[in-house]
Write a protein that binds this ligand. Structure first.
Ligand SMILES: C[S@@+](CC[C@H](N)C(=O)[O-])C[C@H]1O[C@@H](n2cnc3c(N)ncnc32)[C@H](O)[C@@H]1O
Ligand SMILES: [Zn+2]
Ligand SMILES: [Zn+2]
Ligand SMILES: [Zn+2]
Ligand SMILES: [Zn+2]
Ligand SMILES: [Zn+2]
Length: 535
């Protein structure tokens, strides 16, 4: 890990619009900033576009303080006793057994008849016949077939904690599509980051055409795969829970055959910060580039990243060699992420640096090739002569508006008051005074960003008053702008991303695509807003 450039200092805008982050190299260096999920990240709150005075460390992966409540101001002095207590606490929260001990359970289960095999959902354990009795009241799956043992995602209940772990599993069609693409493009192995279902299909295939290494935070997989096929891993901080030994399996896998033939397929939780995930992907790309073979020198590590279409702007901003494919990713256990329903269908797409021309989408599902765009597109997508591209993003047919001079979503019509296309039933800008600032009436900002508001300045009384648990509950001080540190761009250059496409801006405003991750206001915030309305 030493030769990987440190995580740069950078502020990133977060899509929940309530706080901003800054990631620090020091987080990876000091064991005292480690929580149960590895090194923490250094966060920074922004207020009216300016940094506030206090930066703090918090968990890289948990967005709910119930799951991990690590909190420490950057400059806080920690006593030795507290450091020790924290260390012990972190240890106590790790899985009960070692990877080898867990994996022995699988080997024993294989030797038993299916009728003697069971899995306890309460303890998350494969059980031997002797152990079963002591789990009497626990929810169990019994009579586990060989096929189920090979496909653990059909035995274990998916983790559905939306804030931390949301385990949405690809449906069969999507897995088949990914496999076909991987094989057609001639890859011989896959690094599956957070894609256990793809991994299990590869691992259980009789033809053994592909090899796979799963990197996932869910420790339950210890039982089903040996250390050379599964590493417990946190992709928000590139942390291998089982240290160097485990990381070596990953490195060997990545560099096998001089780096030739490997592809990364990832499907991180959608609540994850794009910037942090993009940084991890760049990091892995850089590791791969260290192989000085021709394969690694003249191209990038191929990656397929599953994420919602409305985050395209931010993904492509950080990974400019990536494009969004029209392929609609389907899931088994998410009602909204199904294809072909009456609603808009799944919003989840694949982002990849594989050439759009070679990323062939299945004809039988209506996808076709657009000669002008030089890529495969969905059946609803039509080429707009005026925009000179296939413009649909959300899987519906867009239409061109002459006045806006670009294509717009269906159901929108041009409104001369708003001077842009809007839903037919919308509130025109002139009726929207309540949407602007309650203090000065300006529509371009909210009360909290009003220059005339003096009560809470960065580092001022209003800010200091906030308790530290405001990490997850305070929207009042956040702004929409973010400073991107130069060092991130430097690391981007290192991974061979085209220099011309790397953003030169130091400050950016977020995309205006609707954010699906906005939190419900907490009770205290609701109260605050009521109070503001009255005043
Ligand atoms: C949205 S699911 C994707 C599952 C995938 N569609 C499949 O069917 O194989 C997210 C996956 O990432 C894993 N995960 C969640 N947080 C993670 C983290 N911080 N680092 C690595 N993996 C994580 C979850 O355990 C889960 O397997
Ligand atoms: Zn049990
Ligand atoms: Zn086109
Ligand atoms: Zn158009
Ligand atoms: Zn218009
Ligand atoms: Zn209007």
């Amino acid at each position: 890990m030493n030769d990987v450039p440190p995580v740069p200092h950078r502020g990133v805008h977060n899509c929940w619009d309530y706080f901003n982050y800054l990631i620090s190299a020091s987080t990876l260096k000091s064991q005292f900033f480690v929580c149960i999920l590895g090194p923490t990240l250094l966060f920074e709150r922004y207020f009216q576009g300016q940094k506030s005075d206090k930066r703090f460390f918090a968990c890289s992966a948990c967005r709910d303080r119930k799951d991990c409540d690590f909190f420490q101001h950057e400059d806080e002095k920690i006593s030795d006793a507290r450091k020790q207590a924290r260390h012990e606490f972190n240890r106590s929260k790790q899985p009960e057994y070692t990877h080898n001990e867990y994996y022995k359970r699988y080997q024993s289960a294989l030797r038993e008849k299916p009728s003697k095999r069971s899995y306890c959902h309460h303890c998350n354990l494969l059980l031997s016949p002797k152990e079963t009795k002591s789990h009497g009241n626990h929810r169990m799956t019994t009579n586990i077939s060989n096929e189920q043992l090979l496909k653990p995602s059909f035995v274990m209940a998916p983790l559905e904690n939306k804030k931390t772990n949301a385990q949405y599993l690809y449906n069969e069609k999507t897995v088949e599509f990914l496999l076909k693409t991987i094989q057609t493009l001639g890859f011989d192995r896959v690094v599956c980051i957070g894609t256990p279902r793809l991994h299990e299909v590869i691992m259980s295939s009789e033809q053994k055409k592909l090899d796979s290494l799963l990197l996932d935070i869910d420790h339950r997989y210890y039982q089903f795969y040996p250390p050379n096929n599964y590493c417990r891993y946190n992709m928000f901080n590139h942390h291998f829970f089982d240290g160097d030994e485990s990381e070596k399996y990953f490195q060997d896998f990545l560099h096998r055959n001089g780096g030739d033939g490997v592809v990364v397929v990832t499907d991180p939780p959608f609540g994850g910060l794009v910037e942090v995930l993009a940084f991890t992907i760049k990091r892995i790309m850089m590791l791969w580039h260290k192989d000085k073979t021709d394969v690694c020198r003249f191209q990038d590590l191929p990656v397929i990243w599953t994420f919602p279409y409305f985050l395209e702007f931010r993904i492509v901003k950080w990974l400019p060699s990536f494009h969004m494919s029209d392929y609609k990713v389907g899931y088994d256990n998410h009602a909204l992420f199904q294809c072909g329903k009456k609603n808009k269908g799944t919003p989840v797409r694949l982002f990849t640096n594989l050439s759009p021309k070679t990323f062939v989408l299945p004809k039988e599902d209506g996808y076709r090739f657009c000669d002008v765009c030089d890529r495969y597109i969905s059946s609803e997508n039509v080429h707009c002569e005026k925009c000179n591209k296939c413009t649909s993003k959300d899987g519906r047919r867009y239409h061109h508006c002459e006045l806006c001079n670009h294509c717009v979503k269906p159901g929108r019509e041009h409104c001369s008051t708003c001077n842009r296309c809007e839903l037919v039933k919308h509130r025109c800008i002139s009726d929207r005074s309540s949407l602007g600032c309650h203090i000065c009436g300006d529509l371009t900002h909210k009360r909290r960003e009003c220059p005339q508001r003096t009560a809470a300045k960065p580092g001022g009384k209003g800010n200091r008053k906030r308790k530290h648990n405001s990490l997850a509950s305070d929207t009042a001080g956040s702004s929409d702008t973010t400073v991107i540190d130069e060092s991130f761009k430097t690391s981007a250059d290192n991974v061979n991303c085209r220099k011309d496409s790397i953003e030169s801006t130091g400050v950016y405003t977020t995309d205006n695509t609707p954010c699906k991750h906005r939190r419900k206001p907490s009770k205290s915030n609701k109260k605050k807003r009521k109070f503001h309305k009255k005043s």
